[in-house]
Design a protein around this ligand. Structure first.
Ligand code: HEC
Ligand code: HEC
Length: 299
């Protein structure tokens, strides 16, 4: 018995010491912290006290009462009534479990994420109301602010892709990106969920180089013939794309930016994450305008 008490006291003191070493510096003279620390010590004391009491009882107790008929190798059971408290708690647990699953926490509880989503939705509605009719000039200025927060971390403040970390938005497509699309195909839902570009439309390395340079340099130079024979049927003679058939590979249009923002984009450089649902229509339009200006060098 004595040993148990000594061990418990030592363990308690060690625990208190550990807690104090972690939180001691924030206790200071803040009343609430001091009370919490005292309460923690009290709870620890009570726990150790009750534990010692029962360990002791198990050691010394002799049971008495009426034995049940069955016994197993001489080990029997006493006939005891179900303790009322236990029965109430047991039934209560069942009722609570039913409530919990069908009406309680999982379905109806308050959630911070829910509140955040609601607040964002309300804010975006107000945002749309306030800004949906502003001039293109102001939109593009809004786009700049929007771009520097959301896109510049990867694409760079100038939109140049920071040495290949992300796509260079000052031109529509890099020759290497076009080449990558021809060799690997493209399936970024740029046009629709169903239309993708198959790999292997061209195999001749010289032709691939020529047409990639032609597209990347804004549809000038050699490669025009290869383009018109192999690509124009889907992308259009001028590369502006055909709705539902081929993507615009000449300029950034709001539709194209929206598709990239919604679906993300995988390509020669790597992956751009999807921003689906994050931005309002006005914000998407603003950033598209801004990117178009970056591409044209109008800034
Ligand atoms: C069968 C129709 C079809 C043909 C032919 C075709 N494309 Fe495409 N291309 C598409 C579609 C559809 C997409 C959009 C795929 C996607 O959603 O990622 C696309 C995407 C691209 C892209 C990627 C655009 C981007 O923004 O990443 C490039 C580059 C491209 N095509 C170049 C070419 C070139 C060059 C040729 C000719 C050798 C060609 N395509 C022939 C249908 C076609
Ligand atoms: C986590 C980094 C990251 C962020 C943030 C990011 N992008 Fe991208 N983005 C990329 C990468 C990487 C690519 C190139 C994918 C590829 O290999 O074709 C890309 C490609 C693009 C393209 C396609 C360019 C082309 O010619 O094919 C557009 C458009 C684009 N991003 C716009 C945006 C806009 C607008 C934002 C801000 C709302 C943004 N990105 C934020 C990484 C990012």
């Amino acid at each position: 018995m004595k040993n148990i008490i000594i061990v418990s006291v030592v363990v308690s003191l060690v625990l208190i010491g550990i807690i104090y070493s972690y939180v001691g510096n924030i206790i200071g003279d803040d009343m609430v912290n001091i009370l919490s620390m005292l309460a923690a010590i009290l709870i620890l004391g009570i726990t150790v006290g009750v534990g010692v009491k029962y360990v002791n009882q198990m050691k010394n107790d002799t049971a008495s009462g009426e034995l049940a008929d069955e016994n197993w190798d001489g080990i029997g059971e006493y006939k005891n009534d179900l303790p009322i408290g236990w029965a109430v708690v047991f039934l209560g647990t069942i009722v609570w479990a039913i409530w919990y699953w069908f009406a309680g926490y999982p379905l109806w509880a308050y959630s911070q994420i829910g509140e955040w989503n609601e607040e964002v939705a309300t804010h975006q509605e107000k945002f749309e109301e306030k800004w949906s009719n502003i001039s293109e000039e102001d939109l593009s200025r809004m786009g700049e602010a929007f771009f520097s927060v959301n896109c510049a971390p990867c694409h760079g403040v100038q939109g140049d892709g920071m040495d290949g970390k992300a796509a260079d938005l000052t031109k529509r497509l890099d020759a290497s990106a076009v080449e990558y699309a021809i060799r690997n195909g493209s399936d970024n839902h740029l046009v629709s969920e169903y239309m993708s570009m198959p790999a292997g439309l061209l195999w001749n390395a010289v032709e691939i180089k020529q047409v990639s340079n032609y597209v990347a340099s804004g549809f000038t130079g050699i490669g025009k013939d290869v383009y018109e024979a192999n690509c124009a049927s889907c992308h259009g003679m001028d590369g502006m794309g055909i709705p539902g058939v081929g993507a615009n590979i000449r300029t950034f249009t709001p539709d194209l930016i929206k598709a990239v923002l919604d679906n993300g984009k995988k390509g020669a450089i790597g992956s751009m994450p999807s921003f689906k649902g994050r931005f309002t229509d006005t914000q998407e339009k603003a950033v598209s305008l801004y990117i178009e200006k970056l591409r044209k060098g109008e800034l």
